[in-house]
Design a protein. Sequence first.
Length: 314
Amino acid sequence: MSWMKKTALITTVASIAVVGAACGNDKGSSSSSSDLSGKIAIDGSSTVFPIMEAVGEEYSIEQPDVNVTVGVSGTGGGFKRFVVGETDLSNASREIKEEEAAKAEENGIEYTKMALALDGLTVAVSKENTWLKELTIEQLNKMWLDPNVKTWKDVDSSFPAEPIKFFSPGKDSGTFDYFNEEVMDEKDMRKDVQLSEDDNVLVKGVEGTKGAIGYFGYAYYAENKDKLKEVPLSAEGKDAVAPTPETINDLSYPLSREIYTYVNNKSLNDKKQVADFVKFTNENAGDLAEEVGYVKMKQDRYDENAKAIEDAMK
């Protein structure tokens, strides 16, 4: 699977500081008995943000004197800060690119990648769209690349001549990068697409336009499924599959993928609160991912994370 191989309109970094007591169920953790303090700076993917926000809130219950700040500047925006040492963790909905890794090496930043959960990049249309039952990856490719596709009738002659309006994450988004690679063959997207780093803007855009189509992480669809209609997808002549926790987990949904956080190894070794938080994240991210609409990985993936963290701290 391709995700195994590689994996808010933002002008400034929006963030939420998770401090003090927060609502939620008490989760188990690896926290030491002694109280910790200090700051943890996290930035990056809006797709991963709901998971890390939930982790931060739960962690603040156990360590209320640790200030966890989670930014949402997109995967690319997060890596720009991470590779120069500005953040302790960088959330990503794709793997780090070669040029980003080279920049990190240039700046002496060593890091550890942690897979957090599974996501199914979800293509959605308006509830008012009564004609669409499914799409092929090839149809998506044509829609998003060919400027001559202006109405749904241009996609399929049986569809109405309803104008299509396109909504996409911005180019700093790992979700954009993933869609670009898996659907658009890394070619330039058509020019008439509305871009936003804020998935909620995309949801509202698709919801409010009869002929709209857009895409975002599964959690944002699940949170708004009463307002949107998901599109089952087919690839390579196979039957169309809708995104569900089951089809994402067994990878039968064509746009299933892992999502990550990257940890600065220096922070991991030099800051006790970061080491504690990272272990807490690995132990609780799966369950919290399911609470916010994503899919927990198999336990062996979390065991691999634990081994990688242990190795990075030697």
